[in-house]
Ligand binder design. Structure first.
Ligand code: THU
Length: 157
């Protein structure tokens, strides 16, 4: 028997201004996208912004529903919109921002398991790393690839 170890690295920043210009623009877009949240049940507003290989940014926000499972997270709203509208373009990066009643939280909003799986699929489709940026007030995390959020990604392709 051998014990194996998985090493995960991510960067922590203390403000959006510390990010490089592209990431900063995407992080800001995620914060802006929070205004599109429809969250009458949780009141937790989440915005997401996807950057395509062309540089184009596609935004999404969480959409809740009285039949709870029918709602959708911000990340998948953004990724599915990007996938449907620009099917031939790779997704290179996604930024996420969230907070109660639309006020950016102090702790980064981390994507749920289902959203990580969808990120993984688009990363595989692109054949290149998809970076994930989580934005909070005074704390930003950047993961260079989805593997760091979903080790041992399932991949049947
Ligand atoms: N939510 C997201 O939009 N993204 C996540 O990664 C986690 C949770 C949404 C779903 C629901 O509308 C609200 O946040 C509270 O769970």
């Amino acid at each position: 028997m051998t014990t194996k170890e998985i090493n995960i690295q991510y960067q922590e920043y203390t403000s959006i201004e510390e990010l490089n210009a592209e990431d900063r623009e995407l992080a800001q877009a995620a914060v802006e996208a929070m205004s599109g949240a429809y969250a009458p049940y949780s009141h937790f507003h989440v915005g997401a912004a996807v950057r395509l290989s062309t540089g184009k940014i596609v935004k999404g926000a969480n959409q809740e529903n009285a039949a709870f499972p029918s709602g959708l997270c911000a990340e998948r709203t953004a990724m599915f919109a990007a996938g449907a509208k620009y099917p031939d373009k790779d997704m290179r990066s996604i930024a996420i921002a969230g907070g109660v009643y639309g006020k950016l939280g102090k702790h980064p909003a981390t994507p749920c398991g289902a959203c990580r799986q969808v990120m993984a699929q688009y990363q595989t489709k692109a054949g290149k790393p998809l970076s994930v940026i989580m934005v909070a007030d005074g704390k930003i995390w950047k993961f260079e690839k989805v593997d760091d959020l979903l080790p041992m990604i399932f991949n049947s392709i």
